[in-house]
Ligand binder design. Structure first.
Ligand code: SAM
Ligand code: SF4
Length: 338
């Protein structure tokens, strides 16, 4: 495919008029953590030979940027567990010549001490780091890993000058006592913090509405110590923005204030399944088409485009519409990535 010869075509739109501008690419389903809200007790990993190669992923990203994608997020599983991911970030920079604006990554932070500087050199624009507790014992209960490497990873990412956001999933009875400690800590370290409502995407389907700490409750707790004011929020930003005193905090409230009405995201799993929504009950298997695209078979491009456009068009209204149909979902968050 001659990338420079193609024109930018904003084609990716669903039946509700929502344009897709963000693509999340999971580069692996594997993870060294076992977060209670994500990983099943007995995960079945994708076989290594079934993963899409970075070459194939790159061609797919290029194809999508030509069709209107402006923002790529690399996720997983744990993306820093896949060898070659830093080089992939560097390679993706080429797509900025054809319309890509940002390249981001979401990580659990465990390997950041090793990779932060290289990610900065590779041109990564944004880094989201998950951190659900500052209490070492609680952190271990939540993730089955140690807190210290993550705190060191955050330090390394700050030292490298990466643009960081900290993401915290709150679960009632597990880490809801961390709201104020994390708020204080983020302020003290000059880090943007976002609290995320627990979503029914856990591998072992233990989610229940009672486990969710709502935006309303989080704000009430923050107000016991900070002056909290709402800020204006960009329509496509999933986090509603607030200031606690003069420090920003975001709340991603998919359950109580879903942002589905303006959702501009689509996702690809590491083995080539395309999801038009995080809560979609089924993905579209695009593996063969993506491999053919990478093998420069131009006649397959039209077929891939038609499949994709149809899938995107049929994106449901959102989380609540899908829940009402009570369809069960086969995959958990570690597959399509958050
Ligand atoms: N391993 C990386 C990490 O943990 O940041 C990237 C993948 S992880 C699936 C991406 C994000 O999804 C993390 O911020 C994680 O906290 C979030 N997540 C996973 N399961 C979730 C759930 N059931 N509800 C809300 N957020 C969830
Ligand atoms: Fe791994 Fe991220 Fe899932 Fe935790 S949330 S188990 S770190 S993929």
């Amino acid at each position: 495919m001659n990338s420079m010869a193609m024109t930018h075509q904003p084609l990716l739109v669903d039946q509700f008029g929502r344009h897709k501008r963000k693509l999340r690419i999971s580069v692996t389903d594997r993870c060294n953590f076992k977060c209670v809200y994500c990983m099943p007790e007995h995960p079945e990993w994708i076989k290594k030979h079934q993963l899409l190669s970075f070459e194939a992923l790159y061609r797919f990203c290029e194809f999508m940027v030509h069709r209107g994608i402006e923002h790529l997020r690399i996720t997983g599983g744990e993306p820093l567990m896949r060898q070659g991911v830093v080089h992939f970030v560097a390679q993706l920079q080429q797509l900025k010549q054809i319309g890509l604006k940002r390249i981001s990554m979401t990580t659990n932070g465990h390997y950041l001490k090793r990779y932060a500087e290289a990610l900065k050199q590779a041109g990564l624009d944004d880094l989201n780091i998950s951190l659900d507790s500052l209490d070492p014992q609680q952190f271990r209960q939540l993730t089955q890993k140690e807190l210290t490497p993550v705190l060191e990873g955050i330090q390394a990412a700050q030292a490298a000058g990466l643009n960081i956001k900290i993401n915290t999933v709150l679960i009632r009875g597990m880490n809801d006592d961390q709201i104020l400690p994390l708020a204080r800590w983020s302020k003290q370290h000059g880090l943007m913090l976002r609290f995320i409502e627990f979503m029914p995407l856990d591998g072992d389907r233990k989610w229940s509405a009672e486990h969710v700490i709502s935006e309303h409750e989080i704000l009430a707790i923050l107000r016991t110590e900070f002056r909290v004011q709402m800020k204006s929020t960009a329509a496509s930003d999933p986090a509603r923005q607030y200031l606690m005193d003069d420090h920003p905090v975001g709340l991603i409230s998919t359950i109580t204030h879903s942002f589905c009405g303006s959702c501009d995201r689509v996702r690809l799993t590491a083995q080539g399944e395309f999801y038009n929504c995080l809560f979609a009950t089924q993905g579209l298997n695009l593996k063969e088409d993506i491999v053919a695209l990478a093998a420069l078979e131009p006649q397959r491009e039209r077929a891939l485009q038609n499949k994709l456009l149809r899938c995107i068009w049929h994106k449901e209204a959102g989380f609540h519409a899908i829940r009402q149909k009570q369809q069960s979902r086969k995959i958990s968050m570690h597959m399509p990535g958050g």
